[in-house]
Design a protein around this ligand. Structure first.
Ligand code: ADP
Ligand code: ASP
Ligand code: MG
Length: 452
């Protein structure tokens, strides 16, 4: 039995939390590989470093070290502290080099922001050693996690990662060692760190589970499991006991922050069940996400919202009769790797939903197209995509009409609808200012106390 266990930022955010995590790991039967995020707050700090000029490198290194040493001081003493400091100081030298490296390098930010995981993994490995276990902190490079793609938006190469990890991590398991692997990034073809996007440690863990053919992937976080809505947005959000991969994948892609959007695919490919669990309440069973799920016949299971999006509408006479032009527009957007969250067409318009941050680049690209054909481009900023997931939601007669009337009750105009693209979800766009109201009203009507 091999378990891959991933612990997020708050789960490794303090001496107390690290001790709790070490106990969870120790109490797990069989072989285990652990993947960790940076301690909470560290990656945000590193983003700040990467984006602003550094004038006092000694001060930065000291400040960064202290953020970890304050917690380490409560965990290690004597010889254990000396052993920890030896490895810590080595990694600190590499941290300094990363911050001082060439800022013009397209992977500079990836290099700096991926530093946090190197330190949290080291701390956890040493806590486990202090408890009498064999444990090694291993960087993604050393573990064989291979990444490709654009800066801050890498993807893992699953085939190369599987062969790398078989050579480098499996032998450690055979020796009874617990490897603690850095989440968030892999090594590109030149061996340079390439991150998987914010929250990417979930994806790292799924990639590791895929690579070593794990029996189960456990994502340990700070809530009881996958919930019916973001608990920060909806006070009455309830924990879901069981979901299938499709439902979880849609919700994660469309904004449920509890899982990085790409977490599901690597485990779905190998039929590896995924559990979302609370490291602060390990007695709770969490949420099981797998291939099959007994249908509970609920109308709606969970609602998520992807915020900070924009609608770009391209107008051109009878564009619907000119598929080649639509294809040219889509190709032009694909060339710049901008994700299109939804598309809708009418006789004379094509509308795309993209992230606010991608609007400028997309407009530049569209303006570079042979302009004669395009009559007008309009942009509507600050909209959000609501994703409502339920059992065969779209097979149920009248459901979407009913949902939209609830949205109207929230005083929101539906700007764009995508229905039928997935059989488990109904997606529609509302203004950002109405997101919270819409999510709450849907939740109250179909999931909250009224639906129970
Ligand atoms: P970690 O640091 O463990 O990766 P994250 O902060 O990335 O944790 O994700 C967990 C958080 O996701 C929760 O604290 C919760 O606020 C938020 N969240 C958003 N949507 C959901 C949901 N549907 N179910 C559970 N948590 C959610
Ligand atoms: N530490 C990274 C971040 O904050 C990755 C993660 O937490 O999953 O985005
Ligand atoms: Mg996360």
């Amino acid at each position: 039995m091999i378990t891959v266990m991933k612990f997020g930022g708050t789960s490794v955010g303090s001496a107390e939390a690290l001790t709790r995590v070490a106990n969870i790991v120790a109490n797990t039967e069989g072989e285990k590989v652990v993947v960790v995020s940076a301690m909470s707050g560290i990656t945000n700090y590193l983003v700040g470093l990467a984006e602003n000029p550094v004038t006092d490198i000694d001060g930065v290194v000291e400040q960064f070290a202290n953020k970890h040493l304050i917690e380490a001081g409560q965990l290690f003493e004597g010889e254990a502290m000396d052993e920890f400091r030896a490895e810590f100081d080595e990694r600190l030298v590499a941290f300094r080099e990363a911050v001082l490296s060439d800022r013009e390098d397209p992977l500079y930010k990836d290099n700096v922001t991926s530093q946090g995981e190197r330190f949290s993994s080291l701390m956890l490995a040493h806590v486990l050693r202090g408890m009498g276990y064999r444990s090694e902190a291993i960087t993604s490079e050393a573990a064989g996690i291979c990444a490709e793609g654009h800066p801050q938006a890498g993807s893992a190469d699953l085939v190369k990662t599987a062969s790398g990890m078989t050579m480098r991590v499996k032998p450690l398991l055979a020796m009874g060692c617990i490897p603690i692997v850095t989440g968030f990034y892999g090594a590109n073809h030149e061996g340079k760190p390439l991150t998987f996007g914010r929250g990417g440690s979930d994806y790292s863990a799924a990639v590791v589970a895929n690579a070593i053919d794990a029996d189960v992937l456990e994502i340990w976080t700070d809530v009881d499991g996958f919930m019916s809505a973001d608990p920060r947005m909806v006070k009455g959000a309830i924990k879901i006991d069981e979901m299938n991969f499709g439902e979880a994948a849609e919700l994660a892609y469309f904004g449920a922050k509890v899982l990085h959007p790409r977490t599901i695919e690597p485990v779905r490919l190998k039929h590896i069940p995924l559990k979302v669990r609370n490291s602060f309440r390990p007695e709770e069973p969490g949420t099981l996400i797998h291939h099959l799920r007994r249908s509970k016949n609920e109308l709606l299971r969970s609602v998520a919202a992807k915020t900070d999006l924009s609608i770009i509408t391209i107008s051109s006479a009878e564009i619907a009769y000119r598929p080649a032009m639509v294809a040219r527009i889509i190709n032009a957007i694909a060339e710049i790797d901008v994700i299109i969250y939804s598309i809708s067409t009418s006789l004379s318009t094509v509308a795309f939903l993209v992230h606010n941050n991608d609007v400028k680049l997309t407009l530049r690209q569209l303006n570079g197209l042979n302009g004669g054909d395009i009559e007008r481009i309009d942009v509507k900023n600050d909209v959000a995509l609501i994703c409502a997931v339920g059992d065969d939601l779209l097979d149920k007669c009248g459901v979407s009409g009913d949902i939209f009337s609830a949205v109207k009750d929230a005083g929101a105009n539906v700007e764009m609808i995508s229905e039928g693209a997935s059989d488990v979800s109904l997606n529609f766009v509302v203004p950002m200012s109405k997101v919270v109201d819409v999510v709450r009203i849907l939740h109250d009507k179909y999931i909250g106390s009224g639906a129970q």
